[in-house]
Write a new protein. Sequence first.
Length: 256
Amino acid sequence: MIKIAVLSKSDTYTKNVIRQLKQSEIVADAKIEEFNNGKDFVNNYQPGEWNLILIDENIEPDILWVERHLRKKDSHVWLIGMSVLRNDALIEEFIKLPRTSFLLKLDDNRKLFEEIFDSEDQVQSQVQQAVTNQRKKKILVVDDFENTLFVVKFTLEHADYEVVTAKNGFEALEQIRKNPDIDLMIVDLNMPKMNGFQLIENIRKENLLPGVPILILTTDIDQKKRERAKQLKVTGWIQKPYKLEDFLEIIQRALK
Protein backbone atom coordinates (compact mmCIF):
# COMPACT_ATOMS: atom_id res chain seq x y z
CA MET A 1 0.00 0.00 0.00
CA ILE A 2 1.18 3.54 -0.82
CA LYS A 3 1.77 5.63 2.32
CA ILE A 4 1.68 9.43 2.17
CA ALA A 5 2.60 11.80 5.01
CA VAL A 6 1.26 15.37 4.99
CA LEU A 7 3.23 17.76 7.20
CA SER A 8 1.00 20.77 7.67
CA LYS A 9 -1.16 22.68 10.08
CA SER A 10 -4.65 21.62 9.14
CA ASP A 11 -6.43 24.19 7.01
CA THR A 12 -8.88 24.37 4.11
CA TYR A 13 -6.11 24.49 1.50
CA THR A 14 -4.36 21.39 2.87
CA LYS A 15 -7.68 19.55 2.93
CA ASN A 16 -8.02 20.47 -0.77
CA VAL A 17 -4.65 18.84 -1.54
CA ILE A 18 -5.59 15.68 0.38
CA ARG A 19 -8.90 15.53 -1.50
CA GLN A 20 -6.99 15.71 -4.80
CA LEU A 21 -4.72 12.90 -3.66
CA LYS A 22 -7.74 10.71 -2.94
CA GLN A 23 -9.24 11.58 -6.33
CA SER A 24 -6.08 10.57 -8.19
CA GLU A 25 -6.43 7.09 -9.76
CA ILE A 26 -2.94 5.91 -8.84
CA VAL A 27 -3.07 6.90 -5.16
CA ALA A 28 -6.80 6.60 -4.51
CA ASP A 29 -6.30 3.71 -2.05
CA ALA A 30 -3.26 5.24 -0.35
CA LYS A 31 -2.93 5.56 3.40
CA ILE A 32 -2.67 9.30 4.15
CA GLU A 33 -1.66 10.66 7.55
CA GLU A 34 -1.31 14.27 8.73
CA PHE A 35 1.41 15.58 11.06
CA ASN A 36 1.57 19.12 12.43
CA ASN A 37 5.10 19.13 13.86
CA GLY A 38 8.01 18.69 11.46
CA LYS A 39 10.64 18.10 14.13
CA ASP A 40 8.71 15.27 15.78
CA PHE A 41 8.09 13.69 12.38
CA VAL A 42 11.79 13.82 11.45
CA ASN A 43 12.92 12.44 14.81
CA ASN A 44 10.59 9.43 14.48
CA TYR A 45 11.16 8.91 10.75
CA GLN A 46 12.31 5.50 9.52
CA PRO A 47 13.76 5.17 5.96
CA GLY A 48 11.34 3.44 3.59
CA GLU A 49 8.36 4.10 5.87
CA TRP A 50 6.68 6.56 3.47
CA ASN A 51 6.39 6.70 -0.33
CA LEU A 52 5.64 10.42 -0.48
CA ILE A 53 5.94 13.31 1.98
CA LEU A 54 4.16 16.63 1.46
CA ILE A 55 5.67 19.51 3.47
CA ASP A 56 3.78 22.75 3.95
CA GLU A 57 5.59 26.10 3.81
CA ASN A 58 4.28 26.95 7.29
CA ILE A 59 5.35 23.75 9.06
CA GLU A 60 7.50 24.15 12.17
CA PRO A 61 10.50 24.38 12.55
CA ASP A 62 10.37 25.29 8.78
CA ILE A 63 10.08 23.56 5.43
CA LEU A 64 13.80 23.79 4.51
CA TRP A 65 14.88 22.44 7.92
CA VAL A 66 12.53 19.49 7.51
CA GLU A 67 13.79 18.81 3.98
CA ARG A 68 17.47 18.90 4.98
CA HIS A 69 17.02 16.59 7.97
CA LEU A 70 14.80 14.13 6.10
CA ARG A 71 17.39 13.85 3.34
CA LYS A 72 20.03 12.90 5.90
CA LYS A 73 17.89 9.88 6.76
CA ASP A 74 16.42 8.95 3.37
CA SER A 75 17.69 9.97 -0.08
CA HIS A 76 14.99 8.05 -1.98
CA VAL A 77 11.64 9.25 -0.68
CA TRP A 78 9.73 11.81 -2.76
CA LEU A 79 9.37 15.22 -1.08
CA ILE A 80 6.81 17.77 -2.28
CA GLY A 81 6.78 21.27 -0.86
CA MET A 82 3.54 23.20 -0.93
CA SER A 83 2.27 26.71 -0.33
CA VAL A 84 -0.78 28.83 -1.03
CA LEU A 85 1.07 31.60 -2.87
CA ARG A 86 4.01 31.18 -5.22
CA ASN A 87 7.42 31.89 -3.66
CA ASP A 88 10.09 31.47 -6.34
CA ALA A 89 13.04 31.79 -3.95
CA LEU A 90 11.64 29.09 -1.66
CA ILE A 91 10.81 26.79 -4.57
CA GLU A 92 14.29 27.16 -6.05
CA GLU A 93 15.90 26.35 -2.70
CA PHE A 94 13.58 23.41 -2.00
CA ILE A 95 13.97 21.57 -5.31
CA LYS A 96 17.77 21.57 -5.42
CA LEU A 97 17.85 17.88 -4.51
CA PRO A 98 16.55 15.06 -6.73
CA ARG A 99 13.12 13.53 -6.10
CA THR A 100 11.59 16.81 -5.00
CA SER A 101 8.79 18.91 -6.41
CA PHE A 102 6.60 21.83 -5.38
CA LEU A 103 2.90 22.53 -5.68
CA LEU A 104 0.50 25.37 -5.05
CA LYS A 105 -2.38 24.36 -2.84
CA LEU A 106 -4.94 26.22 -4.94
CA ASP A 107 -3.98 24.42 -8.17
CA ASP A 108 -5.32 21.12 -9.45
CA ASN A 109 -2.35 18.85 -8.63
CA ARG A 110 -3.79 15.42 -9.46
CA LYS A 111 -1.70 15.11 -12.63
CA LEU A 112 1.46 15.90 -10.67
CA PHE A 113 0.73 13.08 -8.18
CA GLU A 114 0.08 10.60 -10.98
CA GLU A 115 3.30 11.56 -12.78
CA ILE A 116 5.33 11.14 -9.60
CA PHE A 117 4.00 7.66 -8.86
CA ASP A 118 4.22 6.64 -12.50
CA SER A 119 7.89 7.64 -12.55
CA GLU A 120 8.38 5.91 -9.18
CA ASP A 121 7.09 2.64 -10.66
CA GLN A 122 9.45 2.99 -13.61
CA VAL A 123 12.44 3.70 -11.35
CA GLN A 124 11.66 0.68 -9.14
CA SER A 125 11.27 -1.51 -12.22
CA GLN A 126 14.59 -0.31 -13.64
CA VAL A 127 16.38 -0.85 -10.32
CA GLN A 128 14.95 -4.36 -10.00
CA GLN A 129 15.94 -5.19 -13.59
CA ALA A 130 19.48 -3.89 -12.98
CA VAL A 131 19.80 -6.03 -9.84
CA THR A 132 18.51 -9.07 -11.73
CA ASN A 133 20.93 -8.47 -14.60
CA GLN A 134 23.91 -8.02 -12.28
CA ARG A 135 23.23 -11.10 -10.18
CA LYS A 136 24.74 -14.34 -11.43
CA LYS A 137 22.21 -17.06 -12.13
CA LYS A 138 22.26 -19.64 -9.35
CA ILE A 139 22.12 -23.32 -10.31
CA LEU A 140 21.60 -26.28 -7.97
CA VAL A 141 23.31 -29.48 -9.15
CA VAL A 142 22.24 -32.77 -7.52
CA ASP A 143 24.26 -35.94 -8.17
CA ASP A 144 25.59 -38.69 -5.92
CA PHE A 145 28.62 -39.32 -8.15
CA GLU A 146 31.36 -36.99 -6.97
CA ASN A 147 33.24 -36.83 -10.29
CA THR A 148 30.10 -35.77 -12.17
CA LEU A 149 29.34 -33.19 -9.50
CA PHE A 150 32.86 -31.75 -9.80
CA VAL A 151 32.83 -31.60 -13.62
CA VAL A 152 29.38 -30.00 -13.86
CA LYS A 153 30.20 -27.46 -11.12
CA PHE A 154 33.54 -26.61 -12.77
CA THR A 155 31.90 -26.17 -16.19
CA LEU A 156 29.10 -23.95 -14.90
CA GLU A 157 31.32 -21.75 -12.76
CA HIS A 158 33.63 -21.12 -15.72
CA ALA A 159 30.52 -20.12 -17.69
CA ASP A 160 29.89 -17.47 -14.97
CA TYR A 161 27.09 -19.19 -13.06
CA GLU A 162 26.88 -19.50 -9.30
CA VAL A 163 26.64 -23.15 -8.30
CA VAL A 164 25.39 -24.94 -5.19
CA THR A 165 25.60 -28.72 -4.97
CA ALA A 166 23.93 -31.64 -3.22
CA LYS A 167 24.89 -35.35 -3.19
CA ASN A 168 21.37 -36.70 -2.65
CA GLY A 169 17.72 -35.68 -2.53
CA PHE A 170 17.72 -34.88 1.17
CA GLU A 171 20.70 -32.51 0.80
CA ALA A 172 18.99 -30.96 -2.23
CA LEU A 173 15.83 -30.13 -0.25
CA GLU A 174 17.98 -28.53 2.43
CA GLN A 175 19.84 -26.45 -0.17
CA ILE A 176 16.58 -25.31 -1.73
CA ARG A 177 15.32 -24.08 1.63
CA LYS A 178 18.62 -22.27 2.24
CA ASN A 179 18.70 -20.76 -1.28
CA PRO A 180 15.27 -19.42 -2.26
CA ASP A 181 16.89 -17.57 -5.18
CA ILE A 182 17.83 -20.72 -7.15
CA ASP A 183 17.24 -20.12 -10.88
CA LEU A 184 17.68 -23.66 -12.22
CA MET A 185 18.09 -27.20 -10.90
CA ILE A 186 19.99 -30.05 -12.59
CA VAL A 187 19.29 -33.44 -11.04
CA ASP A 188 20.59 -36.93 -11.65
CA LEU A 189 17.93 -39.64 -11.81
CA ASN A 190 19.80 -42.60 -10.34
CA MET A 191 20.57 -41.76 -6.72
CA PRO A 192 20.22 -43.91 -3.59
CA LYS A 193 17.69 -43.16 -0.80
CA MET A 194 15.81 -40.59 -2.89
CA ASN A 195 16.15 -40.72 -6.68
CA GLY A 196 15.68 -37.77 -9.02
CA PHE A 197 11.97 -38.33 -9.64
CA GLN A 198 11.26 -38.73 -5.91
CA LEU A 199 13.12 -35.47 -5.25
CA ILE A 200 11.06 -33.62 -7.88
CA GLU A 201 7.86 -35.13 -6.42
CA ASN A 202 8.79 -33.73 -3.00
CA ILE A 203 9.55 -30.34 -4.54
CA ARG A 204 6.13 -30.27 -6.23
CA LYS A 205 4.28 -31.42 -3.08
CA GLU A 206 5.91 -28.72 -0.94
CA ASN A 207 5.56 -26.11 -3.71
CA LEU A 208 9.30 -25.42 -3.67
CA LEU A 209 11.01 -23.72 -6.62
CA PRO A 210 7.76 -22.50 -8.25
CA GLY A 211 8.41 -21.57 -11.87
CA VAL A 212 12.07 -22.67 -11.70
CA PRO A 213 13.20 -24.92 -14.60
CA ILE A 214 14.36 -28.43 -13.71
CA LEU A 215 16.66 -30.43 -15.99
CA ILE A 216 17.26 -34.16 -15.61
CA LEU A 217 20.79 -35.47 -16.06
CA THR A 218 20.76 -39.14 -17.10
CA THR A 219 22.37 -41.79 -19.28
CA ASP A 220 19.14 -43.24 -20.65
CA ILE A 221 15.73 -41.85 -21.60
CA ASP A 222 12.94 -44.32 -22.21
CA GLN A 223 9.25 -43.67 -22.83
CA LYS A 224 8.23 -44.49 -19.26
CA LYS A 225 10.67 -41.93 -17.87
CA ARG A 226 9.54 -39.34 -20.40
CA GLU A 227 5.93 -39.78 -19.29
CA ARG A 228 6.78 -39.45 -15.63
CA ALA A 229 8.92 -36.39 -16.33
CA LYS A 230 6.00 -34.81 -18.19
CA GLN A 231 3.66 -35.45 -15.25
CA LEU A 232 6.16 -33.76 -12.93
CA LYS A 233 6.52 -30.78 -15.33
CA VAL A 234 10.23 -31.33 -15.90
CA THR A 235 11.72 -28.74 -18.27
CA GLY A 236 14.09 -31.01 -20.20
CA TRP A 237 16.89 -33.57 -20.33
CA ILE A 238 20.66 -33.58 -20.46
CA GLN A 239 21.83 -36.97 -21.69
CA LYS A 240 25.23 -38.33 -20.67
CA PRO A 241 27.70 -38.23 -22.26
CA TYR A 242 27.22 -34.70 -23.60
CA LYS A 243 29.24 -32.19 -25.58
CA LEU A 244 30.23 -29.10 -23.61
CA GLU A 245 28.70 -26.63 -26.07
CA ASP A 246 25.42 -28.61 -26.17
CA PHE A 247 25.30 -28.74 -22.37
CA LEU A 248 25.72 -24.96 -21.99
CA GLU A 249 23.20 -24.27 -24.75
CA ILE A 250 20.55 -26.35 -22.93
CA ILE A 251 21.30 -24.40 -19.72
CA GLN A 252 20.91 -21.06 -21.51
CA ARG A 253 17.64 -22.11 -23.16
CA ALA A 254 16.20 -23.35 -19.88
CA LEU A 255 17.08 -20.12 -18.07
CA LYS A 256 15.40 -18.04 -20.77
